[in-house]
Design a protein around this ligand. Structure first.
Ligand code: SF4
Ligand code: SF4
Ligand code: SF4
Length: 251
């Protein structure tokens, strides 16, 4: 007889971000409605669900830690959640809010953080401050990857995603390689999972899914120099999404 494992209690939370990753989940449409057969959503600003006292099986958290409010929020979420998933580039690699980390001090002071109470000295990903059990990459996340790991976690399996660079998916789709045309593409050092979305429309990969563990930055940087890119242009490309202050990429 099929074992009844009950519904998994989940919550969606947003720190400093555009909330695009939670919206990507809603784009699952019918699959999202079907998922409600095995999950119970206890927290979601967009879906107007709020149950702050209840424990969660899985917390999905998007957004970066920009101010002390974000920090206090993520610590409380961690305390009440068995499994915490950082969702999207803001949460996993500091992402778009993290661009601030790479700006000169003069520019930063000209861009005050009006909306953020008590900003921290730098913008952080979640794992700088709390234990993160799994990272779902991308800006925005791939909703099919979200569904896959939700099903795996519901059935008690630790999720696994393939750790290969964007180039693998790009080759599988038989896209012409942009590097051969002298266009600086970060596909060789960026985690796949987006179906090589940008090269598929002839746009360079700018690293929104984070860098692979074995990334050969030196070789790619010297190639970009040969393409005629200046030092600051190379730095801007590598740090467009990957702006974590605790990581020294040497850009
Ligand atoms: S990762 Fe991108 S889509 Fe997701 S919350 Fe951040 S900026 Fe928005
Ligand atoms: S276009 Fe970019 S992602 Fe595609 S194969 Fe070339 S370097 Fe890799
Ligand atoms: S190709 Fe690169 S920048 Fe574009 S979606 Fe994929 S990982 Fe992100």
């Amino acid at each position: 007889m099929k074992k009844n494992i009950g519904k998994t209690r989940i919550g969606f939370f947003s720190l400093s971000c555009c909330e695009g990753c939670e919206l990507a989940v809603l784009e699952l449409n019918r699959d999202f409605v079907n998922a409600l057969g095995f999950v119970e959503i206890l927290e979601s600003r967009i879906l107007r669900e709020k149950n702050p006292e209840q424990e969660l099986g899985i917390a999905f958290v998007e957004g970066s830690i920009v101010g002390k409010d974000d920090l206090e929020k993520i610590q409380k979420i961690r305390q009440r959640s068995k499994f915490l998933v950082a969702m999207g580039a803001c949460a996993t690699i500091a992402g778009i809010p993290g661009i601030r980390n790479s700006l000169p001090e003069k520019t930063k002071s000209a861009l005050p953080l009006h909306a953020v109470k008590k900003p921290l000295a730098a913008v952080h990903r979640l794992s700088d401050f709390v234990k993160v059990d799994f990272e779902l990459q991308g800006c925005a996340i791939n909703e099919k990857e979200f569904l896959k790991i939700l099903v795996q976690l519901h059935h008690g399996f630790f999720p696994r995603l393939e750790e290969v660079p964007v180039c693998k998916e790009c080759k599988e789709k038989e896209n012409p390689c942009l590097l051969l045309k002298g266009i600086a593409c970060l596909g060789p050092v960026t985690y796949a999972g987006c179906d090589a979305l940008c090269p598929g429309v002839k746009a360079q990969c700018i690293g929104c899914r984070g860098f692979t563990k074995d990334a050969n930055f030196a070789s790619l940087k010297s190639m970009f120099k040969e393409f005629g890119l200046k030092g600051n242009e190379i730095k801007n490309l590598f740090t467009y999404f990957n702006n974590n202050p605790f990581e020294k990429g040497g850009f």
